[in-house]
Design a protein around this ligand. Structure first.
Ligand SMILES: [Zn+2]
Length: 356
């Protein structure tokens, strides 16, 4: 890689190059890890389908800037066993970090009007639940399975049952890429079944830029009412927030919703990345928001300490910019920015409560 390109990637990812083998740097702020079990509630399993994983990456997603950027950032190449290389990268990173466990997500595809799998119109990616469980069975001490189920699939209720039986603790729905409206009344049985099985429902909210989508409006947290009224514990991933250049802003709706629904939470996934640098400081100022937040990174998307340079002590900034471990960098950066300790322990507490 030429020097200029490397410098550019370093700026974007903040020293993530070499993250596969890099050591864990000393703690930002010189403080130890928060008390309790530290669970990263939001990480992604990913693959292109080599090695029989069943993953599918659409042509559109392959052409997206984010794909090549992510490969470079974590040192992956399309070599016939990239899916396994990605898993090994995650395992090495997680083991070398002070994060105890990570929630690992599958990613369901689109479905046609009859509820049949529609890979031809799936413009993002497909990571099957079956592959997720294969990986989690290999590393049960590290990963907590988050199945992904598009509520529009005709076997959605059966899939909830089989994923719950296989050990899923959460179900992820991504409305903008899966082409669905989470407020569609047809999905009430889906939400009721998730509640019955004690599965936390995690729904992507807020603007999306790393995948091809049907529109931003389906990522409005206000559309989570049916899931909440069906009795689900819901995590609005990203709290409905936006990148600094977006016009839409659904975060005010998240704030309204938490006043009305005590079982609504958010995560801090991707909130330490460069396009969302305004978000976390705002959330920290707003009453009641951190009391509903759980820690999540959105790995493989990297946290970037450089964009918070003016909010960090110089020693913390240097420590975080040179931190090669993405799990470590993400939670330490958020903590250095002022995210309170209970946020880091809350994920484990919710998982414990949801299992009852
Ligand atoms: Zn994510």
């Amino acid at each position: 890689m030429r020097a200029s390109r490397r410098t550019f990637l370093r700026f974007l990812g903040g020293a993530a190059i070499g993250a596969a083998t890099g050591p864990v740097a000393s703690a930002a702020s010189g403080r130890r890890k928060p008390a309790g079990v530290l669970v990263d509630m939001h990480t992604h399993l990913f693959g292109i389908g080599d090695g029989g994983t069943g993953c599918v990456l659409s042509c559109k997603q392959r052409a997206h800037w984010n794909f090549q950027f992510s490969l470079k950032l974590i040192g992956l190449a399309e070599n016939g066993h990239m899916d396994e290389d990605y898993v090994q990268w995650m395992v090495r990173q997680l083991r070398a970090s002070s994060v105890d466990r990570a929630v690992l997500q599958a990613w369901d595809c689109r479905y046609d009007s009859a509820g049949r799998q529609d890979l031809a119109h799936t413009t993002s990616l497909y990571v099957p639940n079956e592959y997720l469980f294969r990986i989690v069975r290999r590393y049960p001490d590290l990963f907590i399975p988050c199945a992904s189920i598009n509520p529009a699939r005709r076997d959605a209720l059966d899939e909830i049952d089989s994923c719950a039986a296989a050990g899923a603790r959460l179900v992820k729905v991504h409305p903008p890429t899966m082409a669905l409206d989470p407020a569609d009344p047809r999905f009430l049985p889906f939400y009721r079944r998730c509640a019955d099985r004690g599965l936390i429902v995690m729904v992507h909210t807020g603007t999306e830029h790393s995948a091809d989508i049907i529109g931003q409006e389906v990522a409005d947290p206000a559309r989570l009412r049916p899931a909440l009224e069906a009795g689900c514990l819901v995590i609005a991933a990203h709290a409905g927030t936006r990148a600094f250049f977006d016009r839409e802003d659904f975060y005010p709706h998240f704030r309204e919703m938490i006043r009305r629904y005590p079982r609504l939470y958010c995560d801090t996934a991707v909130l330490a990345s460069m396009f969302r640098f305004r978000v976390l400081p705002q959330m920290l100022r707003d009453d009641g928001v951190m009391e509903r937040a759980v820690h999540g990174s959105d790995i493989p998307f990297p946290a970037n300490a450089m964009v918070f340079w003016h909010r960090l002590r110089p020693a913390d900034l240097i420590s975080l910019v040179t931190e090669a471990n993405l799990f470590e960098r993400d939670w330490k950066l958020k903590r250095a920015l002022g995210v309170p300790d209970p946020v880091f322990a809350r994920g484990a507490a919710l998982l414990e409560g949801a299992s009852g």
